[in-house]
Design a protein around this ligand. Structure first.
Ligand code: DGT
Ligand code: CA
Ligand code: CA
Ligand code: ZN
Length: 585
Protein backbone atom coordinates (compact mmCIF):
# COMPACT_ATOMS: atom_id res chain seq x y z
CA UNK A 1 0.00 0.00 0.00
CA UNK A 2 1.13 3.53 -0.68
CA UNK A 3 1.04 6.48 1.70
CA UNK A 4 -2.34 7.76 0.71
CA UNK A 5 -4.04 4.32 0.96
CA UNK A 6 -2.51 3.79 4.39
CA UNK A 7 -3.68 7.25 5.47
CA UNK A 8 -7.23 6.29 4.42
CA UNK A 9 -7.07 3.18 6.60
CA UNK A 10 -5.83 5.22 9.57
CA UNK A 11 -8.72 7.64 9.15
CA UNK A 12 -11.16 4.75 8.97
CA UNK A 13 -9.70 3.32 12.16
CA UNK A 14 -10.26 6.68 13.86
CA UNK A 15 -13.90 6.69 12.74
CA UNK A 16 -14.50 3.15 13.97
CA UNK A 17 -12.89 3.94 17.33
CA UNK A 18 -15.08 6.99 17.60
CA UNK A 19 -18.23 4.96 16.98
CA UNK A 20 -17.07 2.58 19.69
CA UNK A 21 -16.60 5.51 22.03
CA UNK A 22 -12.89 4.98 22.59
CA UNK A 23 -10.49 7.44 24.17
CA UNK A 24 -10.38 10.74 22.18
CA UNK A 25 -6.58 10.90 22.44
CA UNK A 26 -6.25 7.56 20.75
CA UNK A 27 -8.64 8.67 18.02
CA UNK A 28 -6.74 11.89 17.48
CA UNK A 29 -3.47 9.95 17.27
CA UNK A 30 -4.77 8.04 14.22
CA UNK A 31 -6.10 11.19 12.58
CA UNK A 32 -2.82 13.01 13.13
CA UNK A 33 -0.92 9.98 11.93
CA UNK A 34 -2.93 9.99 8.70
CA UNK A 35 -2.26 13.67 8.11
CA UNK A 36 1.44 13.33 8.85
CA UNK A 37 1.73 10.37 6.54
CA UNK A 38 0.15 12.29 3.67
CA UNK A 39 2.65 15.09 3.94
CA UNK A 40 5.64 12.88 4.60
CA UNK A 41 8.42 13.97 2.31
CA UNK A 42 10.62 10.88 2.46
CA UNK A 43 10.08 7.64 0.61
CA UNK A 44 7.92 5.41 2.80
CA UNK A 45 9.46 2.14 1.61
CA UNK A 46 12.92 3.36 2.50
CA UNK A 47 11.90 4.56 5.98
CA UNK A 48 10.21 1.23 6.67
CA UNK A 49 13.14 -0.86 5.48
CA UNK A 50 15.65 1.23 7.40
CA UNK A 51 13.46 1.18 10.51
CA UNK A 52 13.41 4.99 10.60
CA UNK A 53 9.67 5.68 10.66
CA UNK A 54 9.71 6.56 14.34
CA UNK A 55 12.75 8.75 14.22
CA UNK A 56 11.94 10.71 11.07
CA UNK A 57 8.16 11.04 11.23
CA UNK A 58 7.75 10.93 14.98
CA UNK A 59 5.16 8.15 14.96
CA UNK A 60 4.59 6.16 18.15
CA UNK A 61 5.42 2.44 18.32
CA UNK A 62 1.83 1.33 17.74
CA UNK A 63 1.51 3.45 14.60
CA UNK A 64 4.91 2.38 13.28
CA UNK A 65 3.90 -1.26 13.59
CA UNK A 66 0.57 -0.70 11.84
CA UNK A 67 1.98 1.41 9.01
CA UNK A 68 4.72 -1.16 8.45
CA UNK A 69 2.24 -4.03 8.34
CA UNK A 70 0.00 -2.15 5.89
CA UNK A 71 2.93 -1.15 3.72
CA UNK A 72 4.34 -4.65 3.56
CA UNK A 73 1.22 -6.81 3.37
CA UNK A 74 -1.55 -4.44 2.30
CA UNK A 75 -3.56 -5.71 5.27
CA UNK A 76 -3.82 -5.03 8.99
CA UNK A 77 -5.10 -7.58 11.45
CA UNK A 78 -6.00 -4.92 14.00
CA UNK A 79 -8.15 -3.12 11.44
CA UNK A 80 -9.94 -6.31 10.35
CA UNK A 81 -10.73 -7.20 13.96
CA UNK A 82 -11.86 -3.67 14.70
CA UNK A 83 -14.20 -3.68 11.71
CA UNK A 84 -15.63 -7.01 12.83
CA UNK A 85 -16.20 -5.68 16.34
CA UNK A 86 -18.40 -2.78 15.25
CA UNK A 87 -21.99 -3.56 14.35
CA UNK A 88 -22.27 -3.26 10.56
CA UNK A 89 -25.52 -1.32 10.99
CA UNK A 90 -23.62 1.46 12.74
CA UNK A 91 -20.99 1.62 10.02
CA UNK A 92 -23.65 1.78 7.30
CA UNK A 93 -25.14 4.86 9.00
CA UNK A 94 -21.98 6.76 8.02
CA UNK A 95 -23.35 6.80 4.48
CA UNK A 96 -26.09 9.19 5.52
CA UNK A 97 -25.09 12.79 4.81
CA UNK A 98 -24.48 14.81 7.95
CA UNK A 99 -24.08 11.77 10.19
CA UNK A 100 -20.65 11.33 11.73
CA UNK A 101 -19.32 8.94 14.30
CA UNK A 102 -20.30 11.15 17.23
CA UNK A 103 -23.98 11.36 16.37
CA UNK A 104 -24.18 7.67 15.51
CA UNK A 105 -22.65 6.77 18.84
CA UNK A 106 -25.03 9.04 20.72
CA UNK A 107 -28.10 7.57 19.04
CA UNK A 108 -26.85 4.06 19.66
CA UNK A 109 -26.25 4.76 23.32
CA UNK A 110 -29.39 6.78 24.05
CA UNK A 111 -31.93 5.17 21.73
CA UNK A 112 -30.46 1.76 21.00
CA UNK A 113 -30.41 2.61 17.28
CA UNK A 114 -28.20 0.02 15.56
CA UNK A 115 -29.27 0.06 11.92
CA UNK A 116 -30.61 2.42 9.26
CA UNK A 117 -34.07 0.88 9.62
CA UNK A 118 -34.04 1.44 13.38
CA UNK A 119 -32.84 4.99 12.81
CA UNK A 120 -35.69 5.67 10.41
CA UNK A 121 -38.23 4.40 12.93
CA UNK A 122 -36.68 6.51 15.70
CA UNK A 123 -36.85 9.63 13.52
CA UNK A 124 -40.47 8.95 12.61
CA UNK A 125 -41.34 8.62 16.29
CA UNK A 126 -39.62 11.94 16.92
CA UNK A 127 -37.14 10.35 19.34
CA UNK A 128 -34.11 11.73 17.57
CA UNK A 129 -35.30 15.33 17.75
CA UNK A 130 -35.52 14.95 21.50
CA UNK A 131 -31.85 14.03 21.89
CA UNK A 132 -29.46 16.64 23.20
CA UNK A 133 -27.71 18.40 20.30
CA UNK A 134 -30.05 17.02 17.61
CA UNK A 135 -33.36 18.89 17.21
CA UNK A 136 -36.18 18.79 14.69
CA UNK A 137 -34.11 20.07 11.78
CA UNK A 138 -31.44 17.42 12.18
CA UNK A 139 -34.12 14.75 12.39
CA UNK A 140 -35.71 15.91 9.14
CA UNK A 141 -32.35 16.00 7.44
CA UNK A 142 -31.57 12.45 8.56
CA UNK A 143 -34.92 11.20 7.24
CA UNK A 144 -34.34 12.88 3.90
CA UNK A 145 -30.84 11.43 3.81
CA UNK A 146 -32.16 7.92 4.41
CA UNK A 147 -34.77 8.30 1.67
CA UNK A 148 -32.30 9.47 -0.90
CA UNK A 149 -29.36 7.37 0.20
CA UNK A 150 -29.25 5.27 -2.94
CA UNK A 151 -29.17 8.29 -5.26
CA UNK A 152 -26.82 10.27 -3.02
CA UNK A 153 -24.28 7.53 -2.65
CA UNK A 154 -23.84 6.97 -6.30
CA UNK A 155 -21.38 8.52 -8.68
CA UNK A 156 -22.42 10.27 -11.87
CA UNK A 157 -21.19 10.14 -15.43
CA UNK A 158 -18.85 13.05 -16.14
CA UNK A 159 -20.86 13.77 -19.26
CA UNK A 160 -24.12 14.26 -17.32
CA UNK A 161 -22.39 16.13 -14.49
CA UNK A 162 -20.77 18.54 -16.91
CA UNK A 163 -24.16 19.45 -18.37
CA UNK A 164 -25.27 20.45 -14.85
CA UNK A 165 -22.01 22.25 -14.16
CA UNK A 166 -21.82 24.43 -17.28
CA UNK A 167 -24.65 26.83 -16.37
CA UNK A 168 -23.47 26.99 -12.74
CA UNK A 169 -20.00 28.05 -13.80
CA UNK A 170 -21.39 30.55 -16.29
CA UNK A 171 -23.77 31.89 -13.62
CA UNK A 172 -20.96 32.32 -11.11
CA UNK A 173 -18.76 34.07 -13.64
CA UNK A 174 -21.56 36.51 -14.43
CA UNK A 175 -22.04 37.64 -10.81
CA UNK A 176 -20.62 41.15 -10.23
CA UNK A 177 -18.99 40.18 -6.92
CA UNK A 178 -17.01 37.35 -8.54
CA UNK A 179 -13.39 38.14 -9.42
CA UNK A 180 -12.53 34.64 -10.64
CA UNK A 181 -14.44 31.37 -10.79
CA UNK A 182 -13.45 27.85 -11.72
CA UNK A 183 -14.74 24.34 -11.51
CA UNK A 184 -12.48 21.93 -9.62
CA UNK A 185 -12.23 18.31 -8.45
CA UNK A 186 -12.80 15.29 -10.65
CA UNK A 187 -15.07 17.38 -12.85
CA UNK A 188 -12.15 19.57 -13.89
CA UNK A 189 -9.78 16.62 -14.11
CA UNK A 190 -12.33 15.02 -16.47
CA UNK A 191 -12.57 11.69 -14.73
CA UNK A 192 -15.06 9.35 -16.39
CA UNK A 193 -17.35 9.61 -13.36
CA UNK A 194 -17.60 12.20 -10.59
CA UNK A 195 -18.72 11.99 -6.97
CA UNK A 196 -19.77 15.63 -6.73
CA UNK A 197 -19.22 18.98 -8.42
CA UNK A 198 -16.70 21.41 -6.97
CA UNK A 199 -16.56 25.15 -7.60
CA UNK A 200 -14.08 27.74 -6.37
CA UNK A 201 -14.66 31.47 -6.46
CA UNK A 202 -12.35 34.38 -5.62
CA UNK A 203 -14.24 37.30 -4.07
CA UNK A 204 -14.25 39.70 -1.13
CA UNK A 205 -18.01 39.65 -0.94
CA UNK A 206 -19.15 36.02 -0.52
CA UNK A 207 -22.65 36.61 0.83
CA UNK A 208 -24.53 37.40 -2.42
CA UNK A 209 -22.64 34.62 -4.18
CA UNK A 210 -23.75 32.07 -1.59
CA UNK A 211 -27.30 33.38 -1.80
CA UNK A 212 -27.32 32.95 -5.57
CA UNK A 213 -25.77 29.48 -5.35
CA UNK A 214 -28.32 27.99 -2.95
CA UNK A 215 -31.27 29.60 -4.77
CA UNK A 216 -30.36 28.26 -8.23
CA UNK A 217 -32.97 26.58 -10.34
CA UNK A 218 -33.02 22.80 -9.87
CA UNK A 219 -31.69 22.82 -6.31
CA UNK A 220 -33.65 20.28 -4.34
CA UNK A 221 -31.91 20.58 -1.00
CA UNK A 222 -29.35 22.88 0.61
CA UNK A 223 -27.13 20.49 2.54
CA UNK A 224 -24.83 23.15 3.97
CA UNK A 225 -24.77 26.93 3.93
CA UNK A 226 -21.94 28.79 5.56
CA UNK A 227 -20.25 32.13 5.03
CA UNK A 228 -17.68 30.79 2.60
CA UNK A 229 -18.79 27.24 1.84
CA UNK A 230 -22.13 25.87 0.69
CA UNK A 231 -23.40 22.59 -0.70
CA UNK A 232 -26.56 21.93 -2.64
CA UNK A 233 -28.18 18.86 -4.07
CA UNK A 234 -30.00 18.51 -7.37
CA UNK A 235 -32.89 16.24 -8.29
CA UNK A 236 -30.54 13.57 -9.69
CA UNK A 237 -28.82 13.28 -6.30
CA UNK A 238 -25.77 15.11 -7.64
CA UNK A 239 -24.25 17.44 -5.05
CA UNK A 240 -22.33 20.65 -5.74
CA UNK A 241 -19.87 22.32 -3.36
CA UNK A 242 -18.94 25.97 -3.60
CA UNK A 243 -16.04 27.61 -1.76
CA UNK A 244 -15.43 31.34 -1.84
CA UNK A 245 -11.93 32.56 -0.96
CA UNK A 246 -10.28 36.00 -1.02
CA UNK A 247 -9.09 36.80 -4.58
CA UNK A 248 -5.42 36.48 -3.57
CA UNK A 249 -5.99 32.86 -2.51
CA UNK A 250 -7.97 31.89 -5.57
CA UNK A 251 -5.21 30.16 -7.52
CA UNK A 252 -4.06 28.14 -4.52
CA UNK A 253 -7.61 27.07 -3.69
CA UNK A 254 -8.32 26.29 -7.34
CA UNK A 255 -5.26 24.09 -7.52
CA UNK A 256 -5.87 22.41 -4.16
CA UNK A 257 -9.50 21.56 -4.80
CA UNK A 258 -8.82 20.39 -8.33
CA UNK A 259 -6.69 17.63 -6.82
CA UNK A 260 -6.22 14.81 -7.19
CA UNK A 261 -5.28 14.01 -3.64
CA UNK A 262 -2.26 12.07 -4.88
CA UNK A 263 -1.18 14.99 -7.04
CA UNK A 264 -1.54 17.36 -4.08
CA UNK A 265 0.57 15.09 -1.90
CA UNK A 266 3.46 15.18 -4.36
CA UNK A 267 3.10 18.94 -4.81
CA UNK A 268 3.30 19.50 -1.06
CA UNK A 269 6.35 17.28 -0.83
CA UNK A 270 8.03 19.21 -3.60
CA UNK A 271 7.27 22.46 -1.78
CA UNK A 272 8.65 21.07 1.48
CA UNK A 273 11.86 20.07 -0.26
CA UNK A 274 12.24 23.79 -1.04
CA UNK A 275 11.49 24.82 2.53
CA UNK A 276 7.96 25.85 1.56
CA UNK A 277 4.55 24.86 2.71
CA UNK A 278 1.76 24.58 0.10
CA UNK A 279 -1.94 24.52 0.91
CA UNK A 280 -5.24 25.88 -0.31
CA UNK A 281 -4.28 29.13 1.46
CA UNK A 282 -1.03 29.81 -0.33
CA UNK A 283 2.66 28.99 -0.53
CA UNK A 284 4.81 30.20 2.37
CA UNK A 285 8.16 29.49 4.02
CA UNK A 286 7.71 26.51 6.37
CA UNK A 287 8.65 28.61 9.39
CA UNK A 288 6.12 31.41 8.79
CA UNK A 289 3.25 31.22 11.22
CA UNK A 290 0.52 31.93 8.71
CA UNK A 291 -0.01 32.62 5.02
CA UNK A 292 -0.11 36.41 5.30
CA UNK A 293 3.22 36.61 3.43
CA UNK A 294 2.34 33.91 0.95
CA UNK A 295 3.95 34.00 -2.47
CA UNK A 296 1.73 35.34 -5.20
CA UNK A 297 0.32 33.30 -8.07
CA UNK A 298 -2.24 34.94 -10.29
CA UNK A 299 -2.85 31.73 -12.23
CA UNK A 300 -1.87 28.09 -12.11
CA UNK A 301 0.99 28.54 -14.60
CA UNK A 302 2.59 30.84 -12.06
CA UNK A 303 1.88 28.48 -9.20
CA UNK A 304 3.63 25.60 -10.96
CA UNK A 305 6.48 27.93 -11.93
CA UNK A 306 7.01 28.80 -8.25
CA UNK A 307 7.92 25.13 -7.80
CA UNK A 308 10.05 25.02 -10.98
CA UNK A 309 7.46 23.06 -12.87
CA UNK A 310 5.97 23.34 -16.31
CA UNK A 311 2.17 23.82 -16.33
CA UNK A 312 0.35 20.54 -15.69
CA UNK A 313 -3.11 20.37 -17.30
CA UNK A 314 -5.84 19.27 -14.85
CA UNK A 315 -6.44 16.04 -16.78
CA UNK A 316 -2.93 14.86 -15.92
CA UNK A 317 -3.08 15.63 -12.20
CA UNK A 318 -3.59 12.04 -11.11
CA UNK A 319 -0.32 11.39 -9.32
CA UNK A 320 0.93 9.25 -12.19
CA UNK A 321 4.32 10.79 -12.86
CA UNK A 322 3.16 14.23 -14.01
CA UNK A 323 5.56 16.09 -11.69
CA UNK A 324 8.54 14.20 -13.10
CA UNK A 325 7.51 15.14 -16.64
CA UNK A 326 6.82 18.77 -15.68
CA UNK A 327 10.19 19.05 -13.96
CA UNK A 328 11.98 17.84 -17.10
CA UNK A 329 9.81 20.19 -19.22
CA UNK A 330 8.47 17.13 -21.02
CA UNK A 331 4.72 17.62 -20.68
CA UNK A 332 2.97 16.05 -23.68
CA UNK A 333 1.33 18.20 -26.32
CA UNK A 334 -2.19 16.96 -25.62
CA UNK A 335 -4.80 16.27 -28.27
CA UNK A 336 -7.29 19.06 -29.04
CA UNK A 337 -10.75 18.32 -30.33
CA UNK A 338 -10.17 20.67 -33.24
CA UNK A 339 -7.55 18.23 -34.59
CA UNK A 340 -10.18 15.54 -35.21
CA UNK A 341 -10.87 15.42 -38.96
CA UNK A 342 -13.47 12.66 -39.11
CA UNK A 343 -14.89 9.70 -37.19
CA UNK A 344 -15.32 5.95 -37.55
CA UNK A 345 -17.58 3.37 -35.93
CA UNK A 346 -21.08 4.75 -36.42
CA UNK A 347 -24.42 3.05 -36.91
CA UNK A 348 -27.19 3.83 -39.39
CA UNK A 349 -30.77 2.65 -39.85
CA UNK A 350 -29.29 -0.39 -41.63
CA UNK A 351 -28.74 -1.90 -38.16
CA UNK A 352 -29.75 -0.22 -34.87
CA UNK A 353 -28.98 3.44 -35.66
CA UNK A 354 -31.72 6.06 -35.83
CA UNK A 355 -30.48 8.09 -38.80
CA UNK A 356 -30.04 7.19 -42.44
CA UNK A 357 -26.75 7.18 -44.31
CA UNK A 358 -27.62 10.58 -45.80
CA UNK A 359 -28.68 12.12 -42.48
CA UNK A 360 -25.47 10.99 -40.83
CA UNK A 361 -23.39 12.31 -43.73
CA UNK A 362 -25.11 15.64 -43.57
CA UNK A 363 -24.42 15.84 -39.81
CA UNK A 364 -20.76 14.90 -40.33
CA UNK A 365 -20.52 17.60 -42.97
CA UNK A 366 -21.96 20.24 -40.65
CA UNK A 367 -19.36 19.19 -38.06
CA UNK A 368 -16.80 20.22 -40.66
CA UNK A 369 -15.37 16.72 -40.94
CA UNK A 370 -13.56 15.55 -44.05
CA UNK A 371 -14.83 11.99 -43.70
CA UNK A 372 -16.86 9.66 -41.58
CA UNK A 373 -17.32 5.91 -41.61
CA UNK A 374 -20.28 3.58 -41.15
CA UNK A 375 -19.96 0.52 -38.94
CA UNK A 376 -23.29 -1.21 -38.61
CA UNK A 377 -23.57 -4.42 -36.64
CA UNK A 378 -23.02 -7.85 -38.17
CA UNK A 379 -25.53 -10.70 -38.15
CA UNK A 380 -24.56 -12.30 -34.82
CA UNK A 381 -25.98 -9.16 -33.18
CA UNK A 382 -29.42 -10.11 -34.46
CA UNK A 383 -31.21 -8.09 -31.77
CA UNK A 384 -29.52 -5.04 -33.30
CA UNK A 385 -30.62 -6.08 -36.81
CA UNK A 386 -27.03 -6.95 -37.74
CA UNK A 387 -26.10 -7.24 -41.42
CA UNK A 388 -25.26 -10.49 -43.22
CA UNK A 389 -22.72 -10.65 -46.05
CA UNK A 390 -25.32 -9.88 -48.68
CA UNK A 391 -26.58 -6.73 -46.92
CA UNK A 392 -23.02 -5.54 -46.28
CA UNK A 393 -22.24 -5.78 -49.99
CA UNK A 394 -25.36 -3.79 -50.84
CA UNK A 395 -24.48 -1.13 -48.28
CA UNK A 396 -21.03 -0.77 -49.86
CA UNK A 397 -22.73 -0.08 -53.20
CA UNK A 398 -25.00 2.53 -51.61
CA UNK A 399 -22.01 4.28 -50.06
CA UNK A 400 -20.08 4.23 -53.32
CA UNK A 401 -23.07 5.76 -55.05
CA UNK A 402 -23.39 8.47 -52.41
CA UNK A 403 -19.70 9.37 -52.67
CA UNK A 404 -19.92 9.41 -56.47
CA UNK A 405 -22.95 11.74 -56.34
CA UNK A 406 -20.86 14.45 -54.65
CA UNK A 407 -24.00 15.41 -52.76
CA UNK A 408 -21.88 16.05 -49.68
CA UNK A 409 -18.35 17.35 -49.26
CA UNK A 410 -17.73 14.81 -46.48
CA UNK A 411 -16.45 11.47 -47.74
CA UNK A 412 -18.03 8.26 -46.43
CA UNK A 413 -15.91 5.21 -45.64
CA UNK A 414 -17.65 1.84 -45.69
CA UNK A 415 -17.02 -0.22 -42.59
CA UNK A 416 -18.71 -2.69 -40.31
CA UNK A 417 -18.73 -3.45 -36.60
CA UNK A 418 -18.11 -7.14 -37.01
CA UNK A 419 -18.87 -9.42 -34.10
CA UNK A 420 -16.04 -11.47 -32.68
CA UNK A 421 -17.51 -14.93 -32.23
CA UNK A 422 -16.87 -17.03 -29.13
CA UNK A 423 -13.74 -18.61 -30.58
CA UNK A 424 -12.27 -15.37 -31.96
CA UNK A 425 -13.42 -15.91 -35.56
CA UNK A 426 -15.16 -12.99 -37.27
CA UNK A 427 -18.87 -13.07 -38.04
CA UNK A 428 -18.61 -12.33 -41.81
CA UNK A 429 -16.76 -13.88 -44.76
CA UNK A 430 -13.18 -12.71 -45.23
CA UNK A 431 -14.01 -11.91 -48.86
CA UNK A 432 -16.80 -9.58 -47.71
CA UNK A 433 -14.70 -7.93 -45.03
CA UNK A 434 -11.87 -7.27 -47.45
CA UNK A 435 -14.20 -5.26 -49.68
CA UNK A 436 -14.89 -2.81 -46.87
CA UNK A 437 -12.62 0.15 -46.23
CA UNK A 438 -12.27 -0.87 -42.60
CA UNK A 439 -13.50 -3.33 -39.99
CA UNK A 440 -14.12 -2.67 -36.29
CA UNK A 441 -14.05 -6.02 -34.51
CA UNK A 442 -16.05 -6.10 -31.26
CA UNK A 443 -17.38 -8.51 -28.66
CA UNK A 444 -21.12 -8.44 -27.91
CA UNK A 445 -21.81 -12.11 -27.25
CA UNK A 446 -20.30 -14.84 -24.98
CA UNK A 447 -19.01 -12.27 -22.51
CA UNK A 448 -18.60 -14.62 -19.56
CA UNK A 449 -15.35 -16.25 -20.67
CA UNK A 450 -12.29 -16.39 -18.43
CA UNK A 451 -9.57 -13.78 -18.81
CA UNK A 452 -7.40 -16.29 -20.58
CA UNK A 453 -10.09 -17.34 -23.06
CA UNK A 454 -11.11 -13.75 -23.72
CA UNK A 455 -7.51 -12.65 -24.28
CA UNK A 456 -6.89 -15.47 -26.78
CA UNK A 457 -10.18 -14.73 -28.50
CA UNK A 458 -9.38 -11.03 -28.93
CA UNK A 459 -5.88 -11.77 -30.15
CA UNK A 460 -7.24 -14.15 -32.78
CA UNK A 461 -9.60 -11.40 -33.97
CA UNK A 462 -6.73 -8.91 -34.06
CA UNK A 463 -4.71 -11.32 -36.19
CA UNK A 464 -7.50 -11.57 -38.79
CA UNK A 465 -6.19 -9.85 -41.93
CA UNK A 466 -9.36 -7.76 -42.32
CA UNK A 467 -9.40 -6.28 -38.82
CA UNK A 468 -8.57 -2.58 -38.77
CA UNK A 469 -9.68 -1.62 -35.28
CA UNK A 470 -10.64 -3.31 -32.05
CA UNK A 471 -13.95 -1.96 -30.65
CA UNK A 472 -14.72 -1.22 -26.98
CA UNK A 473 -11.95 -3.37 -25.46
CA UNK A 474 -13.67 -4.57 -22.26
CA UNK A 475 -17.36 -4.01 -22.97
CA UNK A 476 -17.78 -2.10 -19.73
CA UNK A 477 -20.79 0.13 -19.13
CA UNK A 478 -19.80 2.70 -16.53
CA UNK A 479 -21.78 2.63 -13.29
CA UNK A 480 -23.70 -0.38 -14.54
CA UNK A 481 -21.54 -3.26 -15.68
CA UNK A 482 -17.89 -4.19 -15.19
CA UNK A 483 -16.04 -5.06 -18.35
CA UNK A 484 -14.89 -8.61 -19.01
CA UNK A 485 -11.37 -9.35 -17.85
CA UNK A 486 -8.63 -9.25 -20.44
CA UNK A 487 -4.84 -9.13 -20.36
CA UNK A 488 -4.53 -5.59 -21.68
CA UNK A 489 -0.81 -5.65 -22.15
CA UNK A 490 -0.92 -8.80 -24.32
CA UNK A 491 -3.71 -7.34 -26.43
CA UNK A 492 -1.85 -4.07 -26.87
CA UNK A 493 1.23 -5.97 -28.03
CA UNK A 494 -0.82 -8.04 -30.48
CA UNK A 495 -2.51 -4.92 -31.86
CA UNK A 496 0.83 -3.22 -32.46
CA UNK A 497 2.29 -6.33 -34.10
CA UNK A 498 -0.69 -6.60 -36.47
CA UNK A 499 -1.08 -2.91 -37.27
CA UNK A 500 -4.46 -2.81 -35.58
CA UNK A 501 -5.87 0.31 -33.95
CA UNK A 502 -7.55 0.07 -30.54
CA UNK A 503 -10.44 2.50 -30.40
CA UNK A 504 -11.33 4.88 -27.65
CA UNK A 505 -15.04 4.30 -27.67
CA UNK A 506 -16.24 7.82 -26.95
CA UNK A 507 -19.71 6.94 -25.74
CA UNK A 508 -19.65 8.60 -22.27
CA UNK A 509 -20.84 5.34 -20.72
CA UNK A 510 -17.96 3.37 -22.21
CA UNK A 511 -14.72 5.36 -22.64
CA UNK A 512 -13.08 2.06 -23.37
CA UNK A 513 -10.04 1.42 -23.61
CA UNK A 514 -9.60 3.19 -20.31
CA UNK A 515 -7.30 6.23 -20.05
CA UNK A 516 -5.17 4.47 -17.44
CA UNK A 517 -3.72 2.17 -20.12
CA UNK A 518 -3.04 4.67 -22.85
CA UNK A 519 0.20 6.35 -21.82
CA UNK A 520 2.10 3.08 -21.72
CA UNK A 521 0.35 1.66 -24.79
CA UNK A 522 1.14 4.74 -26.88
CA UNK A 523 4.77 4.67 -25.77
CA UNK A 524 4.92 1.12 -27.14
CA UNK A 525 3.56 2.44 -30.44
CA UNK A 526 -0.18 1.79 -30.32
CA UNK A 527 -2.50 4.04 -32.33
CA UNK A 528 -6.04 4.91 -31.30
CA UNK A 529 -9.06 6.21 -33.11
CA UNK A 530 -11.65 8.24 -31.23
CA UNK A 531 -14.88 6.55 -32.23
CA UNK A 532 -18.24 8.01 -31.19
CA UNK A 533 -20.14 4.74 -31.75
CA UNK A 534 -22.96 7.07 -32.80
CA UNK A 535 -26.42 5.57 -33.04
CA UNK A 536 -27.85 8.93 -34.16
CA UNK A 537 -26.39 12.15 -35.51
CA UNK A 538 -26.29 13.96 -32.15
CA UNK A 539 -23.99 11.22 -30.82
CA UNK A 540 -21.21 12.66 -32.98
CA UNK A 541 -20.82 15.06 -30.03
CA UNK A 542 -19.49 12.16 -27.95
CA UNK A 543 -16.15 12.80 -29.63
CA UNK A 544 -15.38 15.37 -26.96
CA UNK A 545 -15.72 12.73 -24.21
CA UNK A 546 -13.30 10.57 -26.19
CA UNK A 547 -10.89 13.48 -26.45
CA UNK A 548 -11.01 13.77 -22.64
CA UNK A 549 -10.03 10.12 -22.34
CA UNK A 550 -7.20 10.58 -24.82
CA UNK A 551 -5.91 13.61 -22.92
CA UNK A 552 -6.08 11.77 -19.61
CA UNK A 553 -4.07 9.04 -21.31
CA UNK A 554 -1.34 11.58 -22.25
CA UNK A 555 -2.14 11.25 -25.96
CA UNK A 556 -1.31 13.85 -28.58
CA UNK A 557 -2.34 14.30 -32.19
CA UNK A 558 0.31 11.84 -33.39
CA UNK A 559 -1.27 9.00 -31.41
CA UNK A 560 -4.73 9.47 -32.88
CA UNK A 561 -5.56 7.98 -36.27
CA UNK A 562 -8.57 10.18 -37.04
CA UNK A 563 -6.51 13.35 -36.91
CA UNK A 564 -5.22 12.23 -40.32
CA UNK A 565 -6.30 13.87 -43.58
CA UNK A 566 -8.66 12.07 -45.95
CA UNK A 567 -5.68 11.16 -48.12
CA UNK A 568 -3.68 9.76 -45.20
CA UNK A 569 -6.64 7.69 -44.04
CA UNK A 570 -7.24 6.28 -47.53
CA UNK A 571 -3.59 5.28 -47.76
CA UNK A 572 -3.57 3.64 -44.34
CA UNK A 573 -6.72 1.67 -45.13
CA UNK A 574 -5.41 0.69 -48.54
CA UNK A 575 -2.26 -0.70 -46.93
CA UNK A 576 -4.47 -3.28 -45.21
CA UNK A 577 -6.49 -3.86 -48.39
CA UNK A 578 -3.87 -3.89 -51.15
CA UNK A 579 -5.25 -4.86 -54.51
CA UNK A 580 -8.57 -3.09 -54.16
CA UNK A 581 -9.07 -0.75 -57.11
CA UNK A 582 -11.79 1.20 -55.35
CA UNK A 583 -9.41 2.65 -52.82
CA UNK A 584 -6.79 3.77 -55.28
CA UNK A 585 -9.15 6.13 -57.10
P1 DGT B 1 -14.94 12.89 -6.52
O1 DGT B 1 -15.74 14.07 -6.07
O2 DGT B 1 -15.05 11.72 -5.62
O3 DGT B 1 -15.22 12.50 -7.93
O4 DGT B 1 -13.37 13.29 -6.50
P2 DGT B 1 -12.70 14.70 -6.24
O5 DGT B 1 -11.28 14.55 -6.65
O6 DGT B 1 -13.47 15.79 -6.88
O7 DGT B 1 -12.72 14.80 -4.66
P3 DGT B 1 -13.45 15.78 -3.65
O8 DGT B 1 -14.67 16.39 -4.23
O9 DGT B 1 -13.61 15.01 -2.39
O10 DGT B 1 -12.35 16.88 -3.36
C1 DGT B 1 -11.90 17.76 -4.36
C2 DGT B 1 -10.41 17.91 -4.29
O11 DGT B 1 -10.04 18.54 -3.05
C3 DGT B 1 -9.62 16.62 -4.31
O12 DGT B 1 -9.39 16.15 -5.61
C4 DGT B 1 -8.35 17.05 -3.63
C5 DGT B 1 -8.80 18.04 -2.61
N1 DGT B 1 -8.97 17.36 -1.30
C6 DGT B 1 -10.13 17.12 -0.68
N2 DGT B 1 -9.93 16.47 0.47
C7 DGT B 1 -8.61 16.27 0.59
C8 DGT B 1 -7.77 15.63 1.57
O13 DGT B 1 -8.23 15.11 2.59
N3 DGT B 1 -6.42 15.62 1.32
C9 DGT B 1 -5.90 16.20 0.20
N4 DGT B 1 -4.59 16.14 -0.02
N5 DGT B 1 -6.66 16.79 -0.73
C10 DGT B 1 -8.00 16.84 -0.55
CA1 CA C 1 -15.67 16.31 -6.42
CA1 CA D 1 -16.40 17.91 -3.16
ZN1 ZN E 1 -20.39 -2.39 -30.21
Amino acid sequence: MNKSDIADVLNEIATLLEIKGENPFKIRAYQNGARKLETLEEDLGQLVSEGKLKEVAGFGDALVQKITELHETGKLEFFEKLKASVEPGLVSMLEIPGLGAKKIKAMHKELGVDSIDALKAACERGDVAGLKGFGKKTEEKILLGIENRAAYGKRHLWWDAYEVAKPILAGLQALPQVVSASHAGSLRRKRETVGDLDFIVGSDDPKPIMDWFVAQEGVKEVTAQGETKSSVRFESGLQADLRVVPPGQFTFAQHHFTGSKDHNVSMRQRALARGLSLSEWGLKPVDDEDFSNSKVASNEEELFALLDLEYIPPELREGAGELEAAEKRKMPNLLEESSIRGVFHNHTTASDGRCSLEEMTEAAQSKGWEYWGTADHSKASFQANGLDDERVLRQIEAIEALNASKQFSTYVFAGVECDILGDGALDLEESTLMQLDYVVASVHISMTQTEDEMTKRLIRAIEHPATTMLGHLTGRILLRREGYKVDVSKIVDAAIANDVIIEINANPRRLDMDWRFWRRAAEKGLLTSINPDAHRAEHFDFVSAGVNTARKGWLGEVNVFNTGSLEEIRKAFAKKRTGLKRLQG
